[in-house]
Design a protein. Structure first.
Ligand SMILES: Cc1cc2nc3c(=O)[nH]c(=O)nc-3n(C[C@H](O)[C@H](O)[C@H](O)COP(=O)(O)OP(=O)(O)OC[C@H]3O[C@@H](n4cnc5c(N)ncnc54)[C@H](O)[C@@H]3O)c2cc1C
Length: 463
């Protein structure tokens, strides 16, 4: 008989997907033994030295407090909760769209029980029309702005509830799962440990994507993906987009680039926010935050502007492609991220410290002034400049000389494994969900995915 500690479900990853899965399992079946293994720290101990003010530049901590730890990548996010199936992931491609929406609302209800706000921004057809008049396509959806600070407290309460119902091991890095006997191998405090589960669920997020992909390859699980989004974080005075943000909070606008026909999208809008760095396994990229508390707000808004690239055969490593571009940006900025004024970029000039100071937009991130054209492919950069100029027609001021572009921002989507009801084909009783498995790319769909997988497990247990 095995001496390993045995669980009904072992969930790898304490992000919103894993947490919601554990929540539903323990809510419906309190008798089940559920374990969450999380490689990062407890939420209270996740302290990014930039956010605490200890340093101004990313010092590449061994575990990135922004990406890893209880509550996952969403812990310090701006907390935009999308109540729509139009964007935020691919769940509607693998299951009924109405069901997905129902689960998004169920997850929202759980978050509200733990203190999340009730107010919702509704879509606005007038603004959509304005965009269409300039050949820009605005995605419509209801959205809640939870706020980085308020979202953090909601997640703390949710984790507190879970701590009474399930076991949670933090700083436990899962290195392997034995497909046959469902043993989960992880390291904690430098020593290797093992547990076993009736069911094992990969909920590893983007940070765990490399490990999951390798595991799939080693275990003969087929995966599919060839898309990657590469671009910049745009920062400008908040007044420029106020007529949009005051009505819908987040403009999500798509432009089809004239020359290449690529999809360039504006999203992840942070009103009066801050640009931040993200450390993905040693490569620094950029992202954005915004707080609800007035004293924490800046004078700028920021948003992602990313160009989607879909590769065709024979190339099948889009994540590596994005990482290489981001790594090049790190290299030419002396190990950090770049910032450039749009006007300088268009004139073929490097932004220098002096030129940055001469600009009217004060950067919220202490990035290295430089030249994005030295590290970003022409195709993506052309698409970004063209889209900024087009966005300027619906929000004049977007393409001002001093608009700041930080690089590189990339969103890579994990390759999606072959599954049946989220159970991996060829790996019985092993499931995958959320961003790390390429099903989602938002808090709401990842949360919904956690609940969906839990319900599938519970239904199967009843049969
Ligand atoms: C800065 C930032 C801002 C964002 N803002 C928004 C927003 O406003 N709205 C929105 O909808 N989305 C936002 N997102 C995206 C959103 O956070 C993700 O879509 C969501 O968190 C995905 O949930 P998940 O549970 O799938 O993965 P994650 O939240 O990434 O959680 C996965 C967890 O698994 C852990 N893990 C990984 N590998 C292992 C391993 N080997 N062993 C043990 N544990 C492991 C990780 O440490 C992590 O905690 C933002 C993301 C970032 C980084």
């Amino acid at each position: 008989m095995s001496l390993l500690k045995h669980y009904d479900a072992v969930i790898i990853g304490g992000g919103i997907g894993g947490l919601m899965c554990a929540y539903r399992l323990s809510e419906k079946r309190p008798d089940l033994k559920v374990l969450i293994l999380e490689r990062g720290k407890d939420l209270e101990n996740r302290k990014c030295p930039i956010l605490t003010g200890a340093v101004t530049k990313c010092v590449k901590c061994k575990t990135c407090a922004i990406m890893e730890g209880m509550a996952g990548a969403g812990a310090f996010s701006d907390g935009k909760y999308n109540i729509t199936t139009e964007y935020g992931g691919w769940l509607p491609r693998v299951m009924n769209e109405k069901k997905v929406m129902d689960y998004i609302l169920q997850a929202d209800a759980i978050l509200m029980e733990h203190g999340a706000q009730k107010e919702v921004y509704e879509p606005d057809n007038e603004l959509k029309t304005l965009c269409l008049q300039h050949d820009l396509h605005m995605q419509q959806g209801r959205v809640k702005h939870l706020g980085t600070d308020a979202n953090y407290h909601t997640m703390l309460r949710l984790i507190d509830t879970l701590k009474q119902r399930v076991e949670i091991e933090t700083e436990a890095i899962v290195t392997d799962v034995d497909k046959k006997n469902l043993e989960v191998i992880y390291t904690k405090n430098g020593s290797e440990q093992r547990v076993s589960g009736e069911k094992v669920i990969f909920a590893v997020g983007r940070i765990g994507n490399r490990m999951f992909e390798k595991w799939c390859d080693d275990n003969g699980i087929r995966r599919h993906n060839n898309q990657v989004d590469i671009g910049v974080r745009v920062e400008l005075p908040y007044e420029v987009w106020k007529h949009f943000s005051s009505r819908i909070y987040e403009p999500k606008i798509i432009n089809r680039s004239a020359h290449y026909g690529d999809r360039v999208r504006m999203f992840c809008f942070n009103e009066r926010g801050h640009v931040v760095t993200e450390n993905s396994d040693g490569v620094l990229t950029v992202n954005g935050h915004s707080y609800k508390e007035e004293e924490k707000k800046s004078k700028n808004s920021n948003f992602a502007l990313l160009c989607s690239t879909n590769f065709t055969e024979p190339f099948d490593a889009p994540v590596e492609y994005a990482r290489d571009i981001a790594a090049l940006a790190n290299k030419i900025s002396g190990g950090y991220v770049l910032v450039q004024r749009l006007g300088d970029l268009m004139l073929g000039k490097r932004t220098t410290e002096h030129r940055l100071l001469a600009g009217t937009v004060r950067p919220t991130l202490d990035a290295v002034p430089g030249d994005l054209s030295l590290c970003m492919p022409k195709r993506q950069l052309d698409g970004i400049v063209e889209t900024l100029q087009r966005l300027d027609s619906v929000a004049p001021g977007t393409a001002n000389y001093d608009t700041l572009l930080y690089g590189v921002e990339c969103k890579y989507y994990s390759a999606r494994p072959d599954v049946t009801d989220f159970e991996l084909n060829d790996a019985k009783n092993i499931y995958a969900l959320g961003d790390g498995a390429g099903f989602t790319r938002s808090l709401s769909q990842a949360a919904a995915n956690g609940l969906i997988v839990a319900d599938i497990l519970l239904n199967r247990a009843e049969q």
